[in-house]
Design a protein around this ligand. Structure first.
Ligand SMILES: [Zn+2]
Length: 487
């Protein structure tokens, strides 16, 4: 038997003014055939789980197409069409298949398809016909749509945020495919879309109130006939009707059991919705608290959450650390112009810089400083441990480490970089333990890397396209009513 593997993954922040183009995907991943296996088979990514389970069952894995870009703005119409065209072309060339394993992220938005995942999955379904099994994985930040559910026989999402279970979930989806192909089970699924959007601050799965909801989901799994259940916490930064939480239950041939069980999860969240309102910590209070807390302190910059699509050049925290002359702090900012300027000045030389705040006017002004270039790097590093995103190789482009007089140490990168790995710091000679404050531009994803080093983690409500205060964002297309916008 032969099972195809394909996916397009993007999390689109529709509040960002910069659109996502093919260039973003080329800088991420754009792979066909065996290139997918060589990049991902050994990784902690769900694709790695697909390969592992199929190989173990002696079923031929047929890698077909995979495209991924770092979360960013809405995908342009041209790029959306090109991605779907490439995917369908590669699929058509893959030969006879017995099933398809798909890996959408679930929160991709494009012009003209606000439900881009639903669009490409539906087109794929039209191409394969109604009978070929399509089973897939989802990021728990998916904004699920009925189209995604209709296009697939079963969808299973990650259960952990930070996402440390991606490979296991991929394996689980592939095992369900194998059992389906052997006629041992017949998956049917039901979904529920409660009128609740869960604030990003409440999305740590190991803590209350998420933990109790996952305990209920774990209990449901013990019910005879249930094959899987999924909680989609949702991605709040997309102005689309699908934005919000949702649930999926997959049952063995019993649609009514799936419907009834998904209804219980739905009811639980509606009943407990007020527990999912955030605790908000403002910037100055956060720095005061950081200075009085066990060190190093990781300050999580919620408004510039790079893994949520933000520009990685917000300066609100950097400006505050400079103003308060905190010199044992570390901040990373994407700023190719400053990298070049520092590199031109040369090692150990003074240079005037205007750092960050260049993408738009929502993430602070450039910070004018006198700095010294400490070191220059090619910006490539790798990570072998399970970390959010499941990736092993990173490239942040030419990278400069500069020291601001009476202020923090700043890593200036050419490309936007997600703070998911401490190798990002150590590969450039930065020892995280030596700092009093480490700024990480994220909310929960960085904690897999930072929590082992930082006894204190503080989530800071900064302005920006990923602000914790989601009610301040200009939504026009979200579903109504939707908690917390409507109580
Ligand atoms: Zn996610």
């Amino acid at each position: 038997m032969r099972v195809g593997i394909l996916g397009i993954q993007h999390e689109s922040n529709t509040f960002l003014s910069v659109p996502t183009t093919m260039e973003h995907f080329r800088n991420g991943a754009m792979l066909t055939g065996e290139g997918i296996r060589s990049q991902y088979a050994q990784s902690h990514h769900e694709l790695g789980g697909f390969f592992a389970a199929l190989d173990a069952a002696n079923i031929e894995a047929v890698p077909i197409y995979f495209a991924w870009a770092l979360p960013s703005g809405t995908i342009t119409a041209e790029t959306a069409e090109e991605l779907i065209e490439q995917l369908l072309r590669e699929f058509a060339a893959a030969g006879e298949l017995d099933g398809l394993l798909v890996a959408p992220h679930g929160a991709a938005v494009s012009d003209p398809y606000p439900d881009f995942d639903g669009q490409w999955l539906s087109q794929l379904r039209q191409n394969v016909g109604p009978d070929l099994p399509i089973i897939g994985t989802l990021d728990l930040h998916a904004n699920l749509s009925p189209q995604m559910v209709d296009a697939c026989d079963a969808l299973i999402s990650y259960r952990s945020n930070p996402h440390l279970d991606q490979r296991q979930v991929g394996q689980q989806a592939a095992e369900l495919m194998i059992r389906t192909l052997r006629n041992e089970v017949r998956p049917v699924q039901a979904a529920a879309f409660p009128p609740v959007a869960i604030n990003i601050e409440r999305q740590l799965t190991a803590d209350s109130p998420c933990r109790e909801m996952y305990e209920l989901a774990d209990q449901l799994l013990t019910r005879p006939g249930i094959l899987s259940d999924s909680i989609l916490l949702g991605f709040p930064y997309a102005d689309v009707p699908e934005m919000g939480s949702s649930f999926i239950v997959v049952a063995d041939g019993d649609q009514q059991l799936a419907e009834q069980s998904v209804g219980e999860l739905n009811e639980y969240l509606i009943q407990h919705r007020t527990q999912f309102l955030p605790d908000i910590l403002e910037l100055d209070a956060a720095i005061d608290l950081a200075l009085a807390s066990p060190q190093p302190v990781c300050l999580l910059d919620m408004g510039d959450n790079v893994g949520g699509g933000s520009p990685a050049d917000s300066t609100f925290l950097l400006q505050a650390l400079v103003d308060r002359q905190i010199d044992d702090a570390f901040v990373c900012i994407a700023d190719p112009a400053s990298v070049e300027r520092a590199a031109t000045a040369g090692l150990n030389n003074a240079v005037e810089l205007e750092i960050g705040g260049k993408t738009d006017d929502r993430h602070g002004h450039p910070v004018k400083v006198a700095a010294t270039l400490l070191s220059l790097h090619d910006g490539k590093f790798s990570e072998s441990k399970p970390r959010h995103g499941g990736r092993t190789h990173y490239d942040m482009g030419q990278t400069a480490i500069v020291n601001i007089a009476d202020g923090p140490t700043v890593m200036l990168t050419t490309r936007r970089m997600v703070p998911f790995s401490l190798s990002q710091l150590t590969s450039c000679g930065i020892e995280p333990q030596r700092y009093r404050i480490l700024v990480a531009k994220g909310v929960h994803a960085p904690t897999a890397a930072y929590a082992p080093v930082c006894p204190t983690l503080l989530r800071v409500n900064t302005h920006g396209v990923t602000t914790a205060d989601m009610q301040s964002l200009p939504f026009k297309n979200r579903r109504r009513p939707l908690f917390p916008f409507e109580r």
